[in-house]
Design a protein around this ligand. Structure first.
Ligand code: TRP
Length: 465
């Protein structure tokens, strides 16, 4: 018998490992590898890490359970789920699909840049080392020429990989790919970790990450950790709702959530233990975001033995991290278009990919415009006005993601009700011993925390990174 679902049947993950790896693949992304280490550095090392872990356990995992249960209970995409449970909440699904669409545009461009860097470190690392900043500005963003490679060819290659996986379906495409990509990602992480911590002078970085100076903890660090947790766990966009809708009723959603959150946090921690010791050892300024990953890190690779080899490994790691997240983002929109609008899967995939590719190109082009004015590389403090790309990032990461996560928690806590959610989790002999504390968290603690992030995001705007 074929194990393909019969027509009309919904796709499902074949195994719980497959689901956990796919969801972890969505969560593990650029946020873990280029944002988290810089934030851990700014936030004072060990204190930040400890705070972050507590936030993930109390707040992130709570919100993830909420999103996953909505998906599994309804067996629907992000919009369809609300259509079934409470049509007045459909906008939450729509907001998620839209946010995912925009983030995917950005991810595709950065994924393309990563491919361009893999190529550069393979064939002509001297060119990057010679003037890393100029390489990034001119060769990638196209400050002095039309950015054919950085904005079109490499991103096209990246999105083609995403499309190829998605057209093969949930089990045959997403699950199968993540089962290969996630172990590969861990292997690359371990290779880099081994290299970084054995560099002469790396111990200063290790000591920094293991130092607990509690005076470093303040409101803005706390907020940045809270925002990072939502972003890193891919919450608020209905992606976990969509992935949850493919989970079998026999699966334990509580345990699976614990696994997904642990894997995501583990990758972020390893990334910090790679990046911080390496920057301490080579005397490069720690930082985060695109200018750090594509410009500053060149100094690290240049100064380490076999640097260009480790450069290739590092950008390959970023490639896998970005790819598995982009896959989940595309699936979110494709699930919506196929189920709600009746589009065939392949057509929905290609149309969505083409649409977001166009938005994404604007992202790179706007960076160029911004760079020509010479303000972009000054870091966050130098930002005087946002480029289109920064504006989109602000909108998605600072406003729409927390708003989406808030909506899911308020919906589950107050409209659908924790009782219904717990009943959905506790089926087929599955027990959820943390049902009571979870209900309190989802009703009160998490919404309150998100409201604070939202306000801070609006008030502090772009300076809050
Ligand atoms: N979690 C991803 C990261 O750490 C970013 C992200 C946020 C995301 N929301 C998402 C990825 C939704 C896929 C789907 O980089």
């Amino acid at each position: 018998m074929s194990n393909k679902p019969a027509k009309g049947d919904r796709a499902q993950w074949a195994s719980s490992l497959g689901f956990i790896l796919a969801a972890a693949g969505s969560a593990v992304g650029l946020g873990n590898i280029w944002k988290f280490p810089g934030k851990a550095y700014e936030g004072g090392g060990g204190v930040y890490i400890l705070t972050y872990i507590l936030i993930v356990i109390l707040i992130g995992a709570t919100a993830m359970i909420a999103e996953l249960t909505v998906g599994r209970a309804t067996q629907k995409n992000a919009v369809g789920a609300f259509r079934v449970l409470a049509p007045r909440w459909k906008w939450v699904g729509g907001l998620g699909v839209f946010t995912g669409f925009v983030i995917l545009g950005y991810y595709t461009q950065v994924g393309g840049w990563v491919l361009q860097y893999i190529t550069a470190y393979l064939v002509r690392p001297e060119e990057v080392y010679g003037d890393p900043q100029r390489f990034f500005l001119n060769q990638v963003l196209g400050a002095d020429r039309f950015p054919l490679a950085g904005a079109f060819l490499f991103p096209l290659l990246f999105i083609a990989c995403v499309v190829l996986v998605i057209v093969h379906g949930v089990e045959g495409g997403i699950e199968r790919f993540n089962k290969l990509a996630m172990p590969a990602l861990f292997l690359l992480l371990l290779v880099l970790l081994g290299r970084s911590v054995t560099l002469p002078g790396a111990d200063a970085g290790l000591r920094y990450l293991l130092s607990f100076d509690f005076s470093a903890l303040n409101g803005s660090v706390l907020l940045s950790a809270l925002g990072q947790a939502f972003y890193s766990l891919s919450l608020g966009m209905g992606i976990m709702c969509t992935y949850g809708s493919y989970v079998k009723r026999t699966e334990n959603l509580g345990k699976n959530t614990a696994m997904i959150c642990s894997l995501d946090t583990l990758v972020a921690l390893i990334a910090a233990f790679i990046v911080i010791p390496a920057v301490f050892a080579t005397g490069v300024e720690p930082g985060k975001g695109a200018s750090f990953a594509f410009v500053s890190l060149a100094g690290v690779f240049e100064r380490m033995p076999l640097g260009s080899f480790f450069g290739v490994i590092f950008y390959t790691l970023l490639f896998f991290a970005a790819l598995t997240s982009a896959i989940s983002l595309l699936e979110g929109t494709v699930a919506y278009l196929t189920e709600e609008k009746g589009l065939p899967r392949t057509r929905a995939t290609v149309l969505t990919a083409a649409g977001m590719f166009c938005i994404g190109v604007l992202y790179t082009l706007s960076q160029v415009h911004f760079n020509i004015r010479g303000v972009w590389l000054d870091g966050a403090s130098g930002l005087s006005f946002p480029a289109f790309g920064d504006f989109l990032e602000y909108l998605t990461d600072r406003l729409m993601t927390p708003l989406g996560a808030l909506a899911y928690c308020v919906f589950v806590g107050w409209v659908w009700g924790p009782k219904q959610a717990v009943a959905e989790i506790e089926q087929e002999g599955v027990r959820f011993p943390l049902a009571k504390p979870w209900a309190v968290l989802v009703k009160y603690v998490v919404p309150a925390a998100i409201v604070v992030i939202l306000f801070a995001g609006m008030v502090m705007g772009l300076t809050l990174s």
